[in-house]
Design a protein around this ligand. Structure first.
Ligand code: TRP
Length: 463
């Protein structure tokens, strides 16, 4: 007996859910940090180029694969690969995707849990106390990280929220939450951005971000921008295949992919404008840019009037962004069990969510003792110590690029041209840029992503 497959209620539901998946810690935490390290300007341009030339075409491909097959990654590759070169071997790409979702979810929820703790501390007035103490945040944070039970507690709460949403399914769970939370996220972000324009550092932040000086651009920065374009758009593991499989045929894929990519990019840039304006206003020295979000920024919030309120909203924003991302990660794994193993959604979400949860406890405990905040490099390029660091390193440097590479090869070279075109034009009408998209997915994407993988193999420096 097959169950009724989930579907988005309409175009808006899909866009908000997919944008919610894309916008996450990658935008609010990682992007400002790497943009800062790579001196803004030129790096921002390379990043936008990577999103446009590699990210966007791959996003279109993933949605095509999902909507055409009406299945999540494993089933999609199995079905569409049948009788084509490579045949059932392509199923491996889907399996890699499910595995990647499993791994990323397990450590992403640990970081996401920190935001919950910060919201409570902002509301309870404790953030203000820390801001007043010398090196309050630095000392607090190192202690917090090493505190296994605390880490596990917040991790557990966040995972429970994720499981709770996905449990209710595509329309009643994911879509409903996205429709409430994503607009809230935009509203908080816009309010903070408006506020940022009134600060003294706003002008300097804009110059830093938008005036390129290309001589400062290193090869490592280019690779970092490329790699990040995958993570931030939720590409390379079939999250967009899964979400695309719930999309109705009467909606345009190119338009949806463009909207999602634009929203994601705009939010990453807004996050930079907000954080840099505030940081530059106080001429703070950012010692370690990867800690901006949890140590530098709260300090600055309390130099402003209404620090508790601003910081509470801000961490709520980060938590919301993270939750709409973690639900997409769990949905990939759960939908595999639903589509392939024929489990009920209830069973799939509870068993898969529970298994990932148990596995992730290892990450929650991995900061104990030796690992200091300064050594954490979430979604980073370097292998850092501990379970957390190793998983993150594997996922962002290997699984996602390799997955993206295979997705590009499959859509560009294995899927029949006429099938790709039919799916793209369904709900859109004649697509003038079809030849352009196909050239990008056949040649540009595999070459560029291939270059990322080769440089990882060669152990290129990413600094
Ligand atoms: N895109 C999210 C972020 O920027 C993270 C994320 C959610 C993700 N789902 C994904 C990354 C699937 C890769 C693949 O934080």
């Amino acid at each position: 007996m097959t169950q009724q497959r989930g579907q988005w209620s309409g175009r808006l539901g899909f866009i908000l859910a997919a944008a919610g998946s894309a916008v996450g810690l990658g935008n609010l935490w990682k992007f400002p940090y790497i943009a800062y390290e790579n001196s803004g300007g030129a790096f921002v341009i390379v990043y936008i180029g990577a999103v446009a030339l590699v990210g966007l075409p791959i996003m279109v491909s993933e949605i095509i694969l999902g909507r055409r097959s009406q299945l999540s990654p494993v089933g999609a590759f199995k079905k569409l690969g049948e009788g084509r070169p490579g045949g059932s071997l392509w199923t491996g790409t889907g399996i890699l995707g499910v595995l990647t979702g499993f791994v990323i979810l397990s450590y992403y929820c640990v970081i996401a849990g920190w935001t919950l703790r910060y919201i409570l501390m902002a509301v309870g007035g404790h953030l203000g106390e820390l801001a007043a103490a010398p090196d309050g945040f630095g000392a607090y944070f190192d202690g917090f990280l090493a505190d296994g039970p605390q880490q596990t507690l917040w991790y557990t709460v966040f995972m429970a929220l994720t499981v709770g949403v996905v449990y209710f399914g595509v329309q009643r769970g994911i879509e409903r939450v996205a429709k409430v939370l994503v607009p809230i996220l935009f509203a908080i972000l816009i309010a903070l951005a408006v506020y940022a324009t009134t600060t003294d550092g706003f002008g300097r932040a804009m110059t830093f971000l938008f005036r390129p000086s290309f001589h400062e651009l290193s090869r490592g920065a280019i690779l970092e921008a490329l790699g990040h374009s995958f993570f931030t758009l939720s590409l390379g593991m079939g999250a967009m295949i899964t979400y695309g499989s719930y999309m109705k045929k009467q909606f345009s894929i190119p338009r949806a992919a463009l909207t999602i990519s634009l929203l994601d990019t705009a939010i990453a840039l807004l996050a930079c404008v907000i954080m840099f304006s505030i940081i530059f206003s106080f001429d703070l020295e950012v010692r370690k840019s990867s800690t901006i979000l949890f140590t530098t920024l709260p300090l600055v919030f309390f130099k402003l009037p209404g620090g508790s309120v601003i910081s509470a909203f801000f961490y709520l924003l980060v938590a919301v962004a993270a939750l709409t991302s973690t639900i997409s990660l769990l949905e990939v794994v759960a939908s595999f069990a639903i589509d392939q193993l024929r489990w009920t959604r209830r069973q799939a979400v509870l068993v898969m969510g529970g298994t990932i949860y148990v596995f992730g406890v290892l990450s929650a405990w991995s900061f104990g003792g030796s690992a200091k905040l300064s050594e954490i490099n979430l979604i980073g390029r370097e292998s850092t110590a501990g379970v957390f660091g190793t998983l993150d390193y594997l996922a962002s440097n290997w699984f996602l690029p390799v997955g993206g590479f295979l997705i590009a090869l499959f859509t560009g070279w294995v899927l029949l041209r006429k099938d790709a075109q039919a799916e793209l034009e369904e709900g859109h009408g004649p697509f003038g840029f079809f030849a352009g998209w196909r050239a990008l997915i056949r040649f540009v994407a595999p070459l560029v992503v291939g270059a990322i993988i080769v440089s990882v193999i060669l152990g290129a420096e990413y600094q």
